[in-house]
Design a protein around this ligand. Sequence first.
Ligand SMILES: [Zn+2]
Ligand SMILES: [Zn+2]
Length: 235
Amino acid sequence: MSYSESPFDHLETAHTEPIGDTPPAGLFIKTFGVGPLRCNCTIVGDPVSKQAIVVDPGGDADKILDVLSAEGFTVNRIIHTHAHFDHFMASGEMHDKTGAPLCLHKADQPLWANLETQCGMYGLPYKPVPAPHHWLDDEEELAVGQSTGQALFTPGHTPGSMSFWFKEAGLLLAGDTLFQGAIGRTDLWGGDYPTIERSIRQRLYTLDESTRVVAGHGPGTTIGHEMRHNQFVRA
Ligand SMILES: [Zn+2]
Ligand SMILES: [Zn+2]
């Protein structure tokens, strides 16, 4: 049985190499596919204070830790766009190794509580993940050294899906809410199509069109490109 987070399986597997090394606005930003479903993990770091946030450690903890240690970063938060297992498979190990708190929107608590079941459904080993240490709020600030991002509540793919917006860097980490040419599936537990459509229209398509988007899987895109060309939700 194969598992797909997006409507297009090929998006999940096409990108096994790093998809973005983009250093805008003074922030270190590195995105690379991790884990069996090639979830895009992103490290957002401040080269001055050496603080970093890890987003969606969906596997390959060693790979993530290697990048962090190469840059000399200390992790101050491990944040999750949502609680599907493919975004969480290295979260327990990352917490153990860095001591950084795991953060998630509370509406995905039931999915977090069922991570072991989710892994079991796909025949993948479950590595225990402690309970999230902090529940993220809509519009909560995400400080990385001198820079600040913002958590945006964008439910629909799951009840607690969030996107993470770094305005000065012109970057959105959209998780499985928005993909290049597609949107997240809503046929999984707690998914809802009208809700994801509203999230995309009201919270994402209102951002600057030049905002670069890192999707939960597969290649990146921009807000403007999706507003005009997305197969499911256009502005
Ligand atoms: Zn996913
Ligand atoms: Zn997902």
